[in-house]
Design a protein around this ligand. Structure first.
Ligand code: BES
Ligand code: MN
Ligand code: ZN
Length: 494
């Protein structure tokens, strides 16, 4: 798929299809729509006046243009009431237009939804969202089906309309959107793949594929023997019940001088979480194949970094294993020693994410990060607290937390901050070890973050709990690619 920006006005655009905005409630036609309407002898205004196109968000109407005009069709796209037009409605309008486009055999389109200005999205973000949303709308996970059912030829070219003044920002937005969209598709594929395919070794292969042939990217992989040498007793206690080998992946993106401190991203890579001896109940246990979506996020970010080559340093760390019950599995009551030297009483083997992350956070601090961010499908409690709309954000630094919150708002990939503090941390007390790995029923997302915070010293650290945002259930069941837009916004424009 090819994305480009054009400064030609809508009526001069040579394209199979113009995608044009229309507001509801009899509002005057937006400039690009008006220009096309003039070329069409007032046909669009007539369709709107007659009620064929009401302009509500999600409405679309495809109309053929007479021969002789540079454009062959127009796809009128509803944007709703002009005074309510915001970034969310803009994305819904884009989605509706792309869905209508994909039902046809039309190969190319020029979208002029980008020239209108919704609340909360500047030119750069409009173009970026137009391309990101295209990737999201086009995404299908069919690799595990024996027959490919989508016979429709895929669109090949999307042109974004911009004024001369907007062009530079729009081009930047489109190229960032393409890289981020590709990264999200990769993360979705990894999330959607079943646990018998997407194993820790499979994630290693993905990391190596991303780094292949790029001088700025390198990958290091630690095997279990090396983890043992480093004293990663917490990480190793999780993998004890499975015969699938664990892996600890370290990716380096070096786009700036060595002296520049890196951002370090740590992604939870449990490729299947059965709960271990504290076995999960059967309903929806299949969804625990998504327990590596933090790892998929890190790989998606690195794919995007490779595409864009920004001047910065980023380290990605992926502790990866399975959490299964067996005769060799860790038992409730077992006490293990983490890489930091702190001992942990494992009261529930299903609280395994924090056990692999704590050793990864200890390891991460050798890179002296300017910001240390972990991303994890960590607690069911986060899904209860925030639903599927916002990721949970917990941090030891207001500056980093605010930077991430603002990035999420700009990128349309929101997070919401929850507190941490000693009043919650004391729930982790153990009679027999330095701490327990669970803090009781109350404030489960917060006590999980307090556990992680015990392994971070004098480093700006934030934790994103993506248990609610990383995948969807029901008819549109599947991975979402979140929070890649938030993290890329933070890295590129934070
Ligand atoms: N991977 C799960 C968290 C999860 C559960 C994410 C459901 C999304 C949906 C995690 O490893 C886990 O099992 N957490 C436990 C922690 C508890 C034992 C303290 C949980 O949330 O129940
Ligand atoms: Mn678990
Ligand atoms: Zn888990």
């Amino acid at each position: 798929m090819q994305f480009q920006v054009s400064t030609a006005t809508a009526d001069k655009q040579r394209t199979d299809c113009l995608i044009l905005p229309v507001y509801s409630n009899g509002a005057t036609l937006p400039a690009p729509t008006r220009a096309a309407d003039r070329a069409l002898g007032g046909q669009i205004a007539e369709l709107v006046a007659a009620g064929d196109m009401r302009g509500n968000v999600g409405d679309t109407l495809l109309v053929r243009a007479p021969s002789g005009l540079p454009f062959k069709r127009v796809l009128l796209t509803g944007c709703g009431d002009k005074k309510d037009y915001d970034r969310k409605r803009y994305q819904r309008a884009l989605r509706a237009a792309y869905a209508a486009w994909r039902k046809t055999k039309i190969a190319g389109a020029a979208c002029y939804l980008t020239t209108e200005s919704p609340k909360g999205a500047d030119v750069y973000h409009r173009a970026r969202l137009a391309v990101e949303t295209w990737h999201d709308s086009a995404y299908r996970f069919t690799t595990m089906k024996s027959k490919q059912d989508d016979k429709q030829p895929a669109p090949r070219k999307l042109t974004l309309g911009a004024t001369a003044k907007q062009a530079a920002q729009a081009r930047k937005g489109a190229s960032h959107g393409d890289a981020i969209g590709q990264g999200m598709s990769l993360a979705k594929d990894l999330g959607n793949l079943p646990g018998n395919v997407c194993t820790p070794s499979y994630l290693v292969k993905q990391a190596r594929d991303i780094a292949k042939g790029d001088k700025q990217l390198t990958v290091e992989v630690l095997q279990e023997a090396e983890m043992r040498k480093l004293g990663m007793g917490a990480m190793l206690s999780v993998t004890a019940g499975t015969s699938e080998p664990a892996r600890f992946i370290v990716l380096h993106y070096r786009g700036a001088a060595k002296s520049k401190a890196p951002a370090v991203l740590v992604g939870k890579g449990i490729t299947f979480d059965a709960g271990g001896i504290s076995l999960k109940p059967p309903p929806q246990m299949d969804e625990m194949k998504y327990d590596m979506c933090g790892a998929a996020t890190v790989l998606g970010v690195f794919h995007a970094l490779r595409e864009l080559g920004p001047k910065m340093n980023v380290v990605g760390i992926i502790p990866s294993c399975e959490n299964l019950p067996s005769g060799t599995a860790t038992k409730p009551g077992d006490i293990v020693t983490s890489m930091s030297g702190q001992t942990i009483e494992i009261l529930n083997t299903d609280a395994e994410g924090r056990l692999i992350l704590c050793d990864a956070l200890t390891y991460a601090q050798r890179f002296k990060p300017r910001a240390l961010i972990d991303i994890a499908t960590l607690t069911g409690a986060c899904l209860i607290a925030l639903g599927r709309h916002r990721s949970g954000l917990l941090a030891n630094s207001d500056r980093l937390a605010n930077g991430l919150l603002r990035a999420g708002a700009r990128a349309g990939d929101e997070a919401w901050r929850l507190p941490i503090g000693p009043e919650y941390d004391q729930q982790l007390k153990s009679n027999f070890a330095d701490m327990a790995n669970i803090g009781g029923r109350e404030a489960g997302t917060i006590t999980a973050a307090c556990f992680l915070a015990r392994f971070v010293k004098d480093t700006q650290w934030a934790h994103l709990d993506i248990a609610g945002t990383a995948w969807r259930q029901g008819a549109s069941k599947g991975a979402t690619g979140r929070p890649i837009p938030l993290l890329m916004e933070y890295l590129l424009n934070g």
